[in-house]
Design a protein around this ligand. Structure first.
Ligand code: NAG
Ligand code: NAG
Ligand code: NAG
Ligand code: NAG
Ligand code: NAG
Ligand code: NAG
Ligand code: NAG
Ligand code: NAG
Ligand code: CU
Length: 612
């Protein structure tokens, strides 16, 4: 619960159309139609087909008040199978709307449609939506903004003059469907051509010398602006700075944090940060720069592109005023990973009445080592370096297992709900790595013969079951085998208390003492420090089948993921309801399915696919 002071019970009125900011205490239905299609966009002198929602990049903003209901009608006119995930929305008792293909629903096939319905309750701030298909989220994404029920006056910070989404992303000149397929085969040779702020490449990029358009935020002196920053990029954590200005961070992942003043924001893929900026600099033009960071050598280096937009005061841009050149911020080094560590380490949650305390008693403990490995045909030596020249497959792992989607046509949620056999063909996520080694030993960088004994992995449909209400503690440990790739770990359906982080190998004997059990931040996406660890706790109280995965796209495509099955509680109020009317199933329920949905199969076919 993020709201400071909710009004006593208010009448809930359902108004099924245009939503305005007029009556803050009325819950409404916010309705959108998302037409997913391809269009040509030209950047860097090249016409490129991109898959977008409603012809926009970034896609439409979903703007709601806490307590509202949302309906999004997705019409898929693209050539891809897609789903849309509402990143960070808790989907209380509504796992059916979570939007993960083959986990919670069948993908929406080309020329088909699907309607997502969900309520946004107990969360305030900035979230976002994106396609949950390898790589397509690079262009299929947008902001999801949740305002307090009592209006902006109840923000726990000074009311901003204006609120602006700042979406950091990538510009790809390649067919993202193909990039996704390459990744799933362990090939990682494709890179974005540019970075973007709100879809604009900015003047660090040009087409035959003509600079690309950049994002411009026009400000009035003395006014306060709320930036709702989202990292929609596929790979990189970004440093964001505005020359001559400071940020006051007030929220992250739609949870308020204690105000934290800094001149740099560090934001990993999947994270959001809300920050106030006061236009208190001398009138002029100030660059807003987003710089991707990466681990230093000897870790593998990838092409990284900084992008910039501008904060512009009053008349400072009019021709003939002799305005001085825009001022650039001094950016951290792209190999500086300490700034990110401090930014995340300095976050604490903002105290408020509704906040649930950190559960002290832990029921389940997971120590999850993140790594890369190889899956090899039987009898062959397993060499990760040889993955592209033999039948060896490079995979990303948690505790030495890589996730693969279920082999059946039945999504796991449906299989779980109807107790079909396919849910039994899964493998339990190990609570700890099978072999302990010096996870962060720099001698393992760059990868080479020393790692060979650690490489052999397996691919399974990895799940972990939790009794309803279990308090789960997870420690994510990054390893030197990752070659410096970042690991923002994202849990669907729940927020996590971020208790502590550190460098090197996690050591319970000493690190538990550093846990913040008083006011840890709550996040849906937690960045694991490079060559370090992070400890989180969450309460598994939202029944359903929830994806838990790395938001670094290459790792996700290669299997750094698991499915958390949260069992029903003892009452109807704590149990997952049946799928909503019209939800496309493989025939396990007896709902009548309207035309146009995925596949309508008979029970017999389902059974044979499931092999029972
Ligand atoms: C994009 O451009 C290609 C090649 O010029 C063309 O064939 C295609 O029809 C265009 N697509 C759209 C959606 O306009
Ligand atoms: C979409 O999914 C269906 C069913 O799994 C599959 O048969 C089809 O090949 C997929 N289409 C694309 C474009 O991936
Ligand atoms: C245009 O971009 C190229 C490649 O990044 C760069 O070498 C060149 O200096 C740029 N030109 C201008 C006029 O900015
Ligand atoms: C907070 O940031 C400061 C530098 O700005 C740093 O010295 C300090 O260690 C950080 N605290 C944590 C817990 O990361
Ligand atoms: C799946 O496993 C459960 C519990 O182990 C068992 O009761 C059930 O019969 C199994 N279902 C099928 C279809 O194999
Ligand atoms: C892990 O390796 C590092 C670097 O070689 C070393 O400093 C550290 O002591 C090792 N840790 C353990 C537990 O062996
Ligand atoms: C990882 O799993 C594979 C396949 O099950 C196994 O052969 C290998 O020994 C395991 N490696 C480690 C380091 O635990
Ligand atoms: C969804 O698909 C069905 C069946 O093809 C069609 O009748 C319906 O009009 C579609 N809805 C929209 C909003 O396109
Ligand atoms: Cu990762």
């Amino acid at each position: 619960m993020a709201s400071q002071s909710l009004l006593p019970a208010v009448a809930i009125t359902i108004i099924s159309f245009l939503y305005t900011t007029a009556l803050p205490v009325t819950a409404v239905l916010v309705e959108h139609t998302f037409v997913v299609s391809q269009m040509n966009m030209t950047h860097l002198c090249k016409k490129t087909p991109v898959t977008v929602v409603n012809g926009q990049l970034p896609g439409p903003v979903i703007d709601v008040t806490e307590g509202d209901s949302v309906a999004v009608h997705v019409i898929n006119k693209s050539p891809y199978n897609i789903t849309i995930h509402w990143h960070g929305v808790k989907q209380w008792l509504n796992c059916w709307a979570d939007g993960v293909p083959m986990i919670t629903q069948p993908a929406i096939q080309p020329s088909h449609n699907f309607t997502y319905r969900f309520d946004v309750v107990g969360q305030e701030g900035t979230l976002w939506w994106h396609a949950h298909v390898p790589c397509l989220r690079a262009t299929l994404h947008g902001a999801l903004i949740i305002r307090p029920r009592n209006g902006v006056a109840s923000y726990p910070f000074p009311k901003p003059h204006k609120e602006v989404p700042i979406i950091i992303g990538d510009w790809w000149e390649m067919d993202l469907g193909q990039v996704g397929r390459n990744m799933m085969h362990g090939l990682f040779d494709d890179f974005a051509s540019a970075s973007t702020i709100n879809g604009k490449l900015g003047d660090l990029f040009n087409c035959s010398g003509t600079p690309e358009d950049g994002y411009v935020l026009d400000v009035e002196p003395g006014k306060t602006y709320l930036l709702r920053v989202i990292n929609a990029g596929l790979f990189s954590e970004f440093y964001l700075k505005i020359a001559g200005h400071k940020f006051t961070v007030v929220a992250a992942d739609a949870n308020y944090v204690s105000p934290y003043t800094t001149d740099v924001i560090a934001i990993a893929p999947g994270e959001t940060v809300d920050a106030l900026v006061v236009a208190d600099a001398p009138a002029g033009r100030y660059y807003m720069v987003a710089l991707p960071n990466q681990a230093p050598l000897p870790d593998t280096q990838t092409p990284e592109h900084a992008t910039r937009g501008m904060v512009r005061y009053g008349n400072s841009h009019l021709p003939g005023t002799g305005a001085p050149a825009p001022i650039s911020p001094k950016m951290p080094d792209q190999h500086d990973i300490v700034t990110s560590l401090y930014f995340h380490g300095n976050m604490t949650s903002r105290h408020h009445r509704q906040q649930s305390p950190v559960p002290v008693e832990v029921n389940e403990r997971l120590f999850i080592v993140l790594g890369l490995g190889a899956v090899c045909p039987q009898g062959r030596t397993c060499e990760r370096g040889a993955f592209d020249s033999s039948n060896n497959l490079l995979v990303a792992t948690m505790n030495n297992v890589s996730f693969q989607p279920p082999a059946t046509m039945t999504p796991l949620l449906e299989a779980h709900y109807y107790h079909t056999g396919s849910i039994n063909k899964t493998q339990e996520l190990p609570d700890r790595p099978p072999v302990l080694f010096n996870f962060t030993d720099p001698a393992l960088i760059p990868f080479g013969p020393k790692e060979r004994r650690l490489e052999q992995s397996s691919r399974e449909t990895v799940v972990r079951r939790f009794r309803h209400g279990s308090v789960v503690e997870m420690v994510f440990q990054s390893s030197a085998m990752l070659q410096g790739d970042s690991n923002p770990m994202h849990l669907h359906g729940h927020d996590m208390f971020v208790l502590a982080q550190g460098l090197g190998n996690y050591d319970a004997a000493k690190d538990v003492a550093s846990y913040n059990l008083l006011n840890p931040p709550m996040k849906n996406t937690v960045l694991v420090p490079n060559l370090g660890w992070v400890a989180v706790r969450f309460v598994a109280n939202n029944p359903g089948v929830w994806f838990m995965h790395c938001h670094y796209e290459f790792h996700l495509a290669m299997g750094m993921a698991a499915v958390f099955i949260v069992e029903d509680g003892p009452t109807v109020d704590t149990s997952l309801p049946p799928p909503p009317m019209g939800f496309p199933t493989r025939g396990n329920d007896h709902n009548l399915m309207p035309d146009g949905f995925y596949l309508q199969t008979k029970k017999s076919e389902t059974s044979s696919i499931n092999g029972i």
